[in-house]
Design a protein around this ligand. Sequence first.
Ligand code: ADP
Length: 258
Amino acid sequence: ELDVQVKLASEDEMGSLAQAINSLAADLKQYRDSRAEFFVNISHELRTPLTYIEGYIQVLRNKPDQTASTLQILEQEAKRMRLLVNDLFDLAQLEEGKLALLQEWVDLSEIVDTTIQNVKARANEKGVKILFEEDPVSLVYLDGYRAQQILLNLLDNALRYTNEGMICIRLTNREEHVLLSVRDTGIGIPQEELPYIFDRFYRVEKSRSRDTGGTGLGLSIVKKLIDVQNGRIEVRSQAGWGTEFVCTFPLSEEGKSE
Ligand code: ADP
């Protein structure tokens, strides 16, 4: 004969079970809401350039004398869509843990130099000086291409939100870590907005981004790219004074992702 014992849960146990279920339900609701909001955001971001493209195709039809300027706008809007789709692709891969990393010992200082070259012309146009200070830094175990993507995003933002000022990039050697800091003297970010700036599509001023050319995904990608390489990112900022992002990368192979 089988000896089956049924143990009744105590009232305490039932209570904590109910609590666990409620909290799970709340998480699920939040997940659903944020998913829905994400799709609304994507649709909105893609619809805007599409509306421009459709409109300017009509202009091309009706006013053939304006071909050159119209083509320029069409090109710009297509580029905006391309940037957004590239960002969405990276984000999807990062969120699913599917981004393939090619980690090796890289010289961050070299990466900083190359990235500065990339934005130099734009910095000159905006009257922004770029300074680079560095400790002698050992090699860091990172995906070089992704490290450049991180820095380019931070520099892009620093430039986007700074007029006639300065951007200072600093590489600092700590015992176990390398710190990469990007500091600007731009418009800054209000204190109460700081906790949200790494969220997908979060912008301090909702309307600002279209004029300044961002996708609203840059910082969420940066944060995830750093997380998967066991680094950290912190931000300090004050409206009117400027902003500093500090990335910390482990110096040893501890930075290897599994
Ligand atoms: P975006 O493409 O809109 O720049 P990001 O994800 O890169 O999106 O940044 C999110 C928001 O954080 C920006 O819209 C902007 O409001 C704010 N931000 C980011 N970097 C800076 C900076 N260096 N100075 C001021 N504001 C910044």
